[in-house]
Design a protein around this ligand. Structure first.
Ligand code: ARG
Length: 463
């Protein structure tokens, strides 16, 4: 096995370097280099605070600041050589700082440990993703609002058990998703408030004997306050788990909507036409237009929820404070965040581009005896019948129409009166699908007037 020279950060204690396999299992630089900007921001805040507290000189702090900015531009330009031997982003940056500015680099790590450093960097990274998710959700809600507004009074079948239940409006259906995604937005907002505490200065686990100012670094990094317990600060990954659980619920919502789009765009339904921009073709069947984006969005919940479960399992049973197990947190969150943002953007694009097939929606709305409940309600209202009796009479009328192979409004008055003699031709005013939806005026109901109220409320909230 290759023997390497001992690590420059802790070589004093070590006679030999790590085995290649040790290095392979230990290194996180392959993925945690994504936190370079956060690492440098954290180090800049820390160095400025050390100088303000008189722990390092202003001259050293200035050299550190400039060196870190140089490194940031090297990384941004793709000119930085990441080294696996240096294990992670923290040590890669610090080692490069030493090359760039020399001796003052060694003063940066005063009163700090990689344990609070990684907790800080990862919190900052996750917080950015929460902000991105919130923006992505707002864009999706706007796209849904535009669809809802265009078709506030278009009728379509509402389903239970995926069986036609009662007519609803297209606008109402779109607004149901606005409600779902608004809860995701609210969950991410709550999670952000809870995660916004700074671990920096907790040091390895116990705090430090240097007179550091944790409030100063917390403020510089946009945190609301420093985390109050140093043991908790370095060992807490709740913020990552909350991100993953918010992301999982959001991905579940996206998956449900994606499933509807897959069904709706099928030749059997033809409720929507997805744009060419968000569809794919088949290599063998020239006529095909496939809803691949919707299918992939439907599937994303698998890896996102998987990440949530994986990190929960990593964290369970870990004693306080830091354990190396926690290095396994990042890839889960990185992958979940990447895929959530992609799914949100793809759904926003699909919803923005799709065309609802109004005639097909309307034709389907009336099928399957969808206004049977309206008929029962009319029997209660007009004839004073108890609802249970009205339900029974309506059931007989449905059976009659089914036997005749027609829909409820196609039965003649005489045929209806064979079932119940007191029925008058006023009944036909409630049977059409438009009458049906217009009558659903209860708060939160599908009546176009109610839907327009909700659209106005959400437009106001989002603007
Ligand atoms: N790469 C490590 C991680 O991601 C950084 C913290 C290492 N701390 C330590 N005591 N070895 O968790």
């Amino acid at each position: 096995m290759t023997q390497k020279t001992s690590n420059q950060m802790w070589g004093g204690r070590f006679a030999a370097g790590p085995d290649a396999i040790m290095e392979a299992i230990n290194a996180s630089i392959g993925f945690d280099k994504r936190m370079a900007a956060q690492d440098i921001a954290g180090s800049r805040a820390h160095a400025a605070m050390l100088a303000a507290q008189g722990i390092i000189s202003d001259k050293d702090a200035e050299a550190i600041r400039e060196g870190l900015l140089t490194i940031l531009s090297e990384i941004e330009a793709g000119d930085f050589t990441f080294s696996t031997a240096l294990e992670d982003i923290h040590m890669n940056v610090e080692a490069r700082l030493k090359e760039v500015i020399g001796e003052p680099a060694g003063r940066l790590h005063t009163g700090r440990s990689r344990n609070d450093q990684v907790a800080t960097d990862f919190r900052l990274w996750t917080r950015d993703q929460v902000d991105a998710a919130i923006e992505g959700l707002k864009a999706l809600m706007q796209a849904l609002l535009a669809q809802a507004e265009a078709g506030a009074d278009w009728v379509m079948p509402g389903f239970t058990h995926l069986q036609t239940a009662q007519p609803v409006t297209w606008g109402h259906h779109m607004m149901a998703y606005v409600e779902m995604f608004s809860r995701d937005l609210s969950r991410f907002t709550d999670a952000r408030a809870r995660m916004n505490e700074s671990p920096l200065g907790a040091a390895a686990l116990a705090g430090t004997s240097f007179p550091i100012d944790r409030h100063m670094t917390a403020e510089a990094l946009g945190f609301d306050r420093p985390a109050a317990n140093s043991l908790d600060a370095v060992s807490d990954r709740d913020f990552a788990l909350e991100f993953l659980s918010c992301a999982s619920i959001c991905a579940m919502h996206l998956s449900r909507m994606a499933e509807e789009l897959v069904i709706w765009s099928s030749a059997q339904f033809r409720f929507v036409v997805l744009s060419d921009r968000f569809s794919t073709g088949s290599s063998i069947m020239p006529q095909k237009k496939n809803p691949d984006a919707a299918e992939l969005i439907r599937a994303k919940i698998g890896r996102i929820f998987g990440a949530n479960v994986a990190l929960t399992m990593v964290m369970k049973g870990l004693p306080l404070a830091y354990s190396k197990d926690m290095q396994e947190d990042k890839e889960q969150v990185f992958d979940a965040a990447d895929n959530l943002m992609l799914a949100l953007a793809a759904m926003t694009g699909m919803v923005g581009d799709m065309t609802a097939n109004r005639p097909a929606l309307e034709a389907a709305a009336g099928a399957g005896f969808s206004t049977a409940t309206d008929l029962a309600d009319w029997l209660v209202r007009a004839l004073g019948m108890p609802f249970r009796d009205a339900h029974h009479v309506t059931g007989s009328l449905v059976a009659k129409a089914e036997a005749k192979g027609c829909d409820l409004p196609d039965l003649s008055l005489a045929e209806m009166q064979e079932v119940h003699g007191a029925i008058t031709d006023e009944v036909f005013t409630v049977l059409g699908v438009h009458n049906s939806v217009a009558s659903r005026m209860s708060y939160g109901g599908t009546a176009p007037a109610r839907v327009r109220e909700q659209i106005a409320r959400w437009k106001d909230t989002l603007s």
